[in-house]
Design a protein around this ligand. Structure first.
Ligand code: SF4
Ligand code: SF4
Length: 207
């Protein structure tokens, strides 16, 4: 066999499908996809995806590790579940998409500026701190995530909504100082740390 053919065979016999099966939530379903395209046709994002679910599954089987794990596509899934209810093979597509995004994030190779990823991080840090979301802190963090000036612009653009929420008591202006979390956040932190350690051990990811 020529060197070129050997390289091609090696590229084809990849371990990426196995890696996905072992590390990604519901990843063991990927091999069941029969490439019918129903999921991609049902997805409200339609042609806006770089890679719709059907294509992502094909790319995994083709060993395109970097292309899959660095794409923005998985981060666009809105969990509408259209694909799941229509897939003739009953693949849990939504969960696989989120699982892939989470895996890419944990490997540190997910697209850094993707807005969904940034929101997820801000939301997680917010809720993990006290066990309850501090909505005011969350909103401020989101508004100002691209810097002071852009934060002011965002706040002005949403001023009407904010005032409406204040009037109807849907927003507590003192939430930054008197936010009440769960009774014992330290216990929550220990629990989260333990859960992460168990998950990492199971998936063989060193932190
Ligand atoms: S609908 Fe199901 S079987 Fe068809 S391409 Fe999508 S995941 Fe694969
Ligand atoms: S759950 Fe996600 S991938 Fe499935 S149809 Fe909805 S947006 Fe598309």
């Amino acid at each position: 066999m020529s060197d070129v053919n050997t390289a091609m065979v090696q590229k084809y016999r990849n371990d990426f499908l196995k890696e996905v099966e072992e590390n990604v939530e519901e990843g063991h379903w990927v091999k069941m996809c029969m490439q019918c395209g129903v999921c991609s046709g049902s997805c409200p994002f339609g042609p806006d995806w770089d890679h719709p679910p059907q294509e992502i599954f094909m790319m995994i089987r083709a060993g395109k590790r970097d292309e899959v794990l660095t794409t923005e596509s998985m981060w666009m899934c809105t969990s509408c579940y259209n694909c799941i209810v229509r897939c003739p093979r009953e693949l849990p597509i939504t969960h696989i998409m989120h699982g892939l995004a989470n895996y890419a994030h944990r490997l540190g190779i997910a697209p850094k500026m993707n807005p969904t990823r940034r929101f997820s991080k801000i939301f997680w840090n917010n809720i993990a701190k006290t066990g309850r979301v501090n909505e005011l802190a969350l909103s401020l963090k989101l508004y100002f995530m691209d810097g002071f000036m852009s934060g002011i612009k965002n706040a002005l653009a949403m001023a009407g909504v904010g005032i409406g929420m204040l009037k109807t008591k849907r927003l507590n202006p003192f939430a930054l100082i008197n936010h009440k979390g769960v009774k014992n956040p330290k216990e929550l932190h220990v629990l989260l740390k333990k859960a992460r350690e168990i998950e990492d051990r199971r998936k063989g990811i060193a932190r």
